[in-house]
Design a binder for this molecule. Structure first.
Ligand code: DGY
Length: 492
């Protein structure tokens, strides 16, 4: 039996065993042969940052499958270094997701950007969580990682990805990467993009058909007007062969979360470089320079949060988006900045500890909508990132409460895509891959002081029946070495 199947079938009646089993079922059900789909219905292909988060959880069940997840994604990398936000599965009908491959036309794109000819992809990107994910996957089973040469295999692609972001995407010239479509920072319809998006001429009504509404409630999804603008931006980029220098970007923003992840991943790349014998110091220098740029360009001390910067107006975007809290994960962030961010998270705008997880937008603002995608709902990946940042800065009690809430909510909602922050009710689709994966990671996370400081989730007394507190990646028998059916062949 494979590792994931074993976990799915694992005995045990406690909450911990139940969560592990239920999460494994989700990840098993969403495995499509070479990678994991975020959701069978709504997102039936491979998504870039979803796969990175999936790998972070999957490493606890099947490190080799987690490696494969990232390798499949890197297999669709473009010659210019970009990792596309979607890698399309050719066996899925065109109408199952919009915009489909015939919209993006990646393989027919001018050779300059170097889109692969063997697989269809989108042309935009998503946040660079990948090097961080690769490093965490390696740490889950270093012996298996070494045996398969995982790090030497992924390092060149990850380094090229970071070079692309640092060069072609430094549209502001200030040392940060810009996003050129609201799907790129992953926070699609956040109020943070409203003013910038308002400048974009919507694509004509009736010129496209949304597939997302076949699976999601319209009240939980972006509006038709949002979509018309998303389509216009993507089509303009496509019509300029996805050339960053030539495209007249109507939307160009430096996003705090995107850049914080780039910095955290640059540190991870330094660690990977050390293992593979590449230049570790070059990555550390780039991470330090990007951290300075993040503080210089996006930190707003009066607001106590990082603000996106609109490069079209060259102005900060006012407002409190969860993206502005994510730099808590950045190694070496000045302690006064971290303390201010923590105060903001605990304050009325995000209500940490008083609402469910971390809302995606300011609870006190007129734009807040607790149901609609990124305009207020709480997402598990943001909770995972804020948890990681709180742990980094020694806020273990707050981190512990957030972790307990996330574990509880993941199971209670059937691994919902997101939550209404006040009621904690699930919204969007269920059996969502990164919700399952990140719950698993939070369940397994050891080494944070929280594990030994009293655990609300585990205080039910049945917590440890399937392993030691905190668990260890190795506690699924055979997880490191077995083949996995459905496409995963022997180690290459
Ligand atoms: C969607 O389709 O809703 C995604 O967020 C864009 O990738």
């Amino acid at each position: 039996m494979t590792a994931v199947l074993e976990a799915a079938a694992a005995p045990g009646t406690g909450r911990r065993a139940h969560l592990r089993r239920a999460a494994a079922h989700v990840l098993l059900g969403n495995w499509a042969g070479t990678a994991t789909v975020p959701s069978r219905a709504l997102y039936p292909h491979q998504w870039s940052w979803d796969s990175a988060f999936v790998a972070i959880g999957l490493r606890h069940l099947a490190p080799r499958r987690a490696q494969r997840e990232l390798e499949t994604l890197l297999g669709a990398q473009w010659g210019d270094g970009r990792i596309p936000h979607i890698v399309f599965n050719p066996s899925v009908p065109l109408g199952a997701y919009f915009p489909s491959p015939d919209f993006w036309r990646s393989s027919g794109t001018d050779r300059a950007a170097g889109a692969p000819s063997t697989v269809e992809t989108s042309g935009i990107v998503q946040p660079p969580v990948h090097a961080l994910a690769a490093w965490l996957v390696h740490l889950a089973d270093p012996a298996e990682s070494r045996r398969r040469g995982f790090l030497p295999r992924v390092y060149p692609g990850l380094a090229a990805w970071h070079r692309y972001l640092a060069s072609s995407r430094d549209l502001g010239g200030g040392g940060l990467a810009a996003v050129v479509h609201p799907w790129e920072p992953g926070l699609d319809n956040s109020p943070s993009w409203d003013a910038s998006l308002a400048r974009v001429e919507p694509a004509p009504r009736g010129s496209f058909r949304r597939a997302d509404l076949d699976h999601g409630s319209p009240a939980d999804r972006p509006t038709d007007l949002d979509y018309a603008r998303y389509v216009r931006l993507a089509a303009t980029y496509r019509d300029h062969a996805y050339d960053d220098a030539r495209t007249p970007h109507a939307f160009a923003v430096e996003d705090p979360c995107f850049n914080a992840l780039l910095i955290a991943s640059e540190h991870a790349l330094a660690a990977i470089a050390r293992v593979v014998g590449a230049d570790e110091e070059a990555h550390r220098r780039r991470a330090a320079a990007a951290t300075r740029a993040l503080l210089d360009r996006l930190w707003d001390p009066a607001a106590g949060v990082f603000l996106p910067r609109d490069l079209v107006t060259d102005e900060p975007v006012a407002g409190y988006g969860v993206s502005g809290l994510v730099p808590l994960i950045v190694p070496g962030l000045p302690e006064d900045v971290a303390a201010a961010l923590t105060r903001t998270a605990l304050g009325p705008r995000f209500g940490l500890g008083r609402v469910h997880l971390v809302p995606s937008y300011d609870l006190t603002s007129r734009e807040f909508d607790g149901n609609r995608y990124w305009r207020g709902p709480s997402w598990f990946n943001m909770a995972w990132l804020v948890h990681r940042g709180l742990v980094r800065h020694g806020e273990t009690a707050t981190a512990g409460r957030l972790r307990a809430q996330a574990l509880d909510a993941a199971v209670r909602t059937g691994f919902a895509e997101y939550l209404e922050p006040y009621t904690g009710e699930g919204r969007g689709v269920r059996r969502f891959s990164w919700t399952a994966a990140l719950a698993l990671d939070l369940l397994q996370s050891s080494g944070d002081a929280y594990e030994s400081s009293g655990d609300a989730y585990e205080s039910s007394g049945d917590a440890y029946e399937d392993g030691a507190p905190g668990g260890t990646p190795g506690n699924v028998p055979g997880s490191a070495s077995e083949g996995v059916p459905g496409g995963e062949g022997p180690a290459r």
